[in-house]
Write a protein that binds this ligand. Structure first.
Ligand code: HGY
Ligand code: MN
Ligand code: MN
Length: 409
């Protein structure tokens, strides 16, 4: 069985953490200088691990084994949220490099073929799971052409050009190359820690939908405009947000989540009745039919608000919908055996409340995911962290699962 090198694993994770470091977290949004610095470093580390590594025109880093025969693809992402944690995505990419090195250093597994990927823009600075969708050939070109960073207004195409990637051909999946895609990731939620479990084998990944709601009223004086005369965009936003919360609560399943993660009031002065307002609404569940119901509910609420007035409301999708994905039963069985080996009786099967690149790969390759616990379940925050022994155990379990699948080929 390949034996990973825990010291080397932690050193690489810490090195990556220092690229774009921000307090205990990381700021490395897609195509930023820090993101590209990290990708170049990954290329070198993959080459040192004996892989043929390069970056494609979508920013994907891919390290390919020179060994003949069917391979395993390991990967995740190294771009982050505007303020992210040091392990979200990075864990699975560095695990991949470490598993490739461990197999190469172990005589009975040295002939195994392991490719390693860091997909670009998983976090959706421009478009969620951009790089992995491009790799699978499922990137919608209209979505690609209109993708923009909603915080800066920079287009995806401008960002790719500024990163020096324009014109480089994108990598494309050749299914005949691979037996499976495995992605290790932090859980980013509280369940493993709360149950004192050490590993999670993912059964399914949530689908997610993100909408912008725009409110158009009338900017006016906050002192002289009587309440009955107002067309207050902020007031309409607050009322609609509350109505959504009540209606979604009545439709939700146990794991359904919804978030209003961004609100903007215009002009944003304390003495002005806002004439315009906007908010971003995102909802997630593994059941696409329920997501349809939530979407219909949001549309009917918007229509009702428009009919009642006095503020006009518009609902428009932003970012392409990310469909829910089931993980391969066969790969789950293999990951479960590895979890039982490395955490006997202290692992569970579970859905993922976070989206992942694995949901792009799942309809093209047998795909599975392995979770390690997140301390206090925190993620998408600089406070995100995991215990070192859990990080090391997770890499050992991924190495076991990878070797077991390759042994069977
Ligand atoms: O939002 C997510 O679930 C992922 O971390 N991008
Ligand atoms: Mn992630
Ligand atoms: Mn994330």
């Amino acid at each position: 069985m390949p034996e990973i090198n825990p010291k080397r694993l932690m050193q690489d994770l810490q090195h990556l953490r220092n690229i774009g470091a921000f307090g205990s977290g990381v700021i490395r949004p897609a195509f930023s200088p820090a993101d590209m610095e990290a990708r170049l470093w990954l290329c070198n580390r993959m080459s040192e691990a004996g892989l043929e590594a390069s970056i494609d025109g979508m920013g994907n880093v891919l390290g390919r084994s020179r060994n003949p025969g069917k391979k395993i693809l390991l990967g995740s992402h190294t771009d982050t949220q505007p303020q992210g944690g040091w392990l979200d995505g990075a864990l699975g990419v560095i695990y991949g490099i470490e598993v490739a090195r461990a197999c190469a250093e172990t005589p009975e597994t040295a002939h195994y073929g392991i490719d390693v990927a860091s997909w670009s823009d998983e976090e959706g600075t421009y478009m969620g799971i951009l790089g992995s969708s491009s790799f699978c050939g499922t990137l919608n070109h209209d979505d690609f052409n209109k993708a923009v960073d909603h915080l800066t207004g920079v287009s995806l195409q401008q960002a790719i050009r500024a990163a020096g990637l324009a014109g480089i051909p994108p990598f494309r999946l050749d299914k005949s190359n691979y037996l499976a895609y495995l992605e290790a990731h932090i859980e980013q939620g509280p369940h493993l820690e709360a149950q004192e479990l050490l590993l999670g084998v993912v059964t399914a990944i949530v689908g997610l939908r993100t909408f912008k709601l725009s409110f158009t009223g009338e900017q006016n004086h906050a002192g002289t405009t009587p309440m009955a005369y107002r067309k207050d965009a902020a007031n309409a936003l607050i009322k609609l947000a509350h109505a959504l919360d009540l209606e979604f609560s009545s439709l939700a399943h146990p794991h359904t989540v919804w978030t209003i993660g961004h609100i903007r009031l215009d002009p944003g002065s304390h003495s002005v009745v806002p004439g315009r307002a906007e908010m971003l609404l995102q909802f997630r569940d593994t059941d696409e039919a329920l997501l349809d119901k939530l979407q219909d509910k949001a549309s009917s609420l918007v229509q009702r608000f428009c009919e009642q007035g006095p503020v006009a409301v518009q609902l428009e999708p932003v970012y392409p919908h990310q469909k829910s994905a089931l993980m391969s039963d066969k790969v789950q069985t293999c990951l479960a055996a590895a979890a039982q080996l490395h955490a006997p009786g202290r692992w569970t099967s579970m859905p993922s409340g976070a989206s992942h690149d694995a949901q792009a790969l799942a309809s093209h390759l047998p795909t599975g995911m392995l979770f390690i616990p997140s301390i206090r379940g925190i993620s998408h925050s600089i406070l995100e962290d995991s215990k070192e022994e859990d990080i090391i155990r997770g890499c050992r379990a991924l190495a076991s699962a990878t070797a077991a699948i390759l042994k069977e080929r």
